[in-house]
Design a protein around this ligand. Structure first.
Ligand code: 1GP
Length: 244
């Protein structure tokens, strides 16, 4: 399956929902159960994060377990760790555009690219832009955060991603952020770009999800919500706000 085509088809029918799973926080069995629930309530894609500290064994076993339980695509979201698995349907080739450290913009990429090329993995170039508060990602990625009220800065990075020929722009408030990326910023960025806009971080309720969708997000990513009690119902209400 070509992920870009899959997403393009899904986008024709409205907003896409992505469930982010962090194998560092869960044993493979639990991760696969959550992925299954996400698929059952209507999530379109599972994104597996490769956070630093994640072992090769844990990542490999988690991807295998998830792929055994779901039929929706399972895509890798690199997160600064060295672990890698080739059981993924695609690899989000993230360039953290507002990092101060070249390692996160093109550095690690230049080391891994020849391997990805030889393995013929689908690579999806994504311009990753971290907005305040950015959470742990802001520290790890040495990010020069986009201030929440500086829409122009976000537009600058987003149009840069488009001019670089990237497939998606990803506005990220950071996992566990108190609030999602401001709706006004999403709206302004969406107006300026012609590639799809992914938004994630701090989206925990149907109200958040609806606001982000109405502001113009094409793809909405949630992570933390699936780690809490009652997650099936919470996820279901987020999905209905996105697909209504
Ligand atoms: C994906 O980092 C987010 O873009 C996930 O954030 O954990 O706050 O949903 P949450």
């Amino acid at each position: 399956m070509v992920i870009r085509d899959y997403l393009a088809r899904k986008l024709e029918n409205g907003t896409v929902h992505v469930t982010l799973i962090e194998p560092i926080k869960l044993v493979p069995e639990a991760a696969s159960r959550l992925a299954r629930t996400a698929q059952e309530v209507g999530s379109d894609l599972i994104l597996v994060s490769g956070s630093s500290g994640l072992t090769q064994r844990r990542l490999t076993e988690t991807v295998k377990a998830i792929k055994n339980k779901v039929s929706i695509p399972v895509v890798f979201l690199p997160g600064g760790g060295g672990a890698l698995s080739f059981d993924f349907d695609a690899y989000f080739f993230l360039s953290l555009l507002n990092s101060r450290n070249n390692r996160f913009i093109t550095g690690t990429h230049s080391k891994i690219s020849p391997v990805l090329k030889r393995l013929e993995v689908e690579v999806v170039p994504v311009g990753y832009i971290v907005v305040e508060p950015g959470m742990k990602l802001a520290e790890i990625g040495d990010v020069d955060l986009v201030p929440r009220d500086n829409t122009w800065s976000a537009i600058g990075y987003a149009t840069t991603a488009e001019f670089f020929g990237m497939s998606y722009v990803y506005l990220e408030a950071g996992s566990g952020a108190a609030q999602p990326v401001p709706a006004s910023m999403i709206r302004a960025v969406k107006k300026e770009i012609s590639i799809p806009l992914i938004v994630g971080g701090g989206i925990r309720t149907a109200i958040d999800a609806r606001r982000v969708r109405q502001a113009g997000a094409d793809v909405v990513v949630t992570g933390t919500v699936i780690e809490n009690a009652g997650y099936r119902e919470r996820l279901r209400s987020i999905l209905s706000a996105l697909k209504e």
